[in-house]
Ligand binder design. Sequence first.
Ligand SMILES: NC(=O)c1ccc[n+]([C@@H]2O[C@H](COP(=O)([O-])OP(=O)(O)OC[C@H]3O[C@@H](n4cnc5c(N)ncnc54)[C@H](O)[C@@H]3O)[C@@H](O)[C@H]2O)c1
Length: 255
Amino acid sequence: MTGMLDGKSALITGAGSGIGRAAALAFVREGAWVAAADRNLDAAKATVAAIEAMGGEAVAIACDVTDDAQVAAMVAAAVNAFGGLDCAFNNAGVAPYQLNSAGVLTADLEEASWLGLIDINLHGVWRCLRHEVVQMRKQGGGAVVNTASILGLIGSGGAAAYVASKHAVVGLTKAAAIDHAPENIRVNAVCPGYIETPMTEETVRRRGEALMARVPMARMGRPEEIAEAVVWMCSDRAGFVTGSCWQVDGGYTAR
Ligand SMILES: NC(=O)c1ccc[n+]([C@@H]2O[C@H](COP(=O)([O-])OP(=O)(O)OC[C@H]3O[C@@H](n4cnc5c(N)ncnc54)[C@H](O)[C@@H]3O)[C@@H](O)[C@H]2O)c1
């Protein structure tokens, strides 16, 4: 049996929790070596321990994606650990409530909340992407997946900075895909719907029933269901797929 990512090295941000951790485990299952990066090093180490328990190989890296020097060092550490970088999953992100802005109307947002969220969810993806692409171009190619959201495709109330950041990740993904296609580097995005992770616990408590009423499949997604799409987009099976933004949302955006 061969895995979809046999012999490939992969870097995942936000790998200490939720979608990032599920992706790290799925990448290893498919034969990849994983550099698990997170601003919470203990969480990244717990992901590495889970990988080692399944017989895989991984390293934990501390990195806050708001700091370009840390991002550069993260990419260098991943390359150093595995001799190159074939795949990258730029997934670290925060929800509005983590910057005190859940439910705040656009005109009432504090500038610090706006800037803080955009710095992580948009600028963080761009910082990672550019350092990864510089490495991949040296190697003759690679595959990048960015985490956007269904809120990168449609609007939602009380979440302007988040919605703007995720729409921008979709735009960045398309622009980077066009720029780097001649260098054999594919850039795609995944757009998750509502997924069971620590990020959504609070939202589900407050208005889970109302949200589920809008999902055709009438349930939350599991982080593993996002991971499967990311694995595929990073694999050679997706060789002609670039600049695409793939909803994995139980039908939410089909309405
Ligand atoms: N859960 C959902 O329903 C959902 C839906 C759509 C999109 N997303 C997106 O998926 C991604 C992962 O979310 P999740 O649900 O797994 O959340 P999560 O909170 O479980 O995990 C996010 C991880 O990112 C890390 N992180 C946060 N800020 C960071 C920073 N500045 N630098 C480095 N690491 C940082 C956290 O420490 C955490 O380990 C996010 O980009 C989120 O916006 C989630």
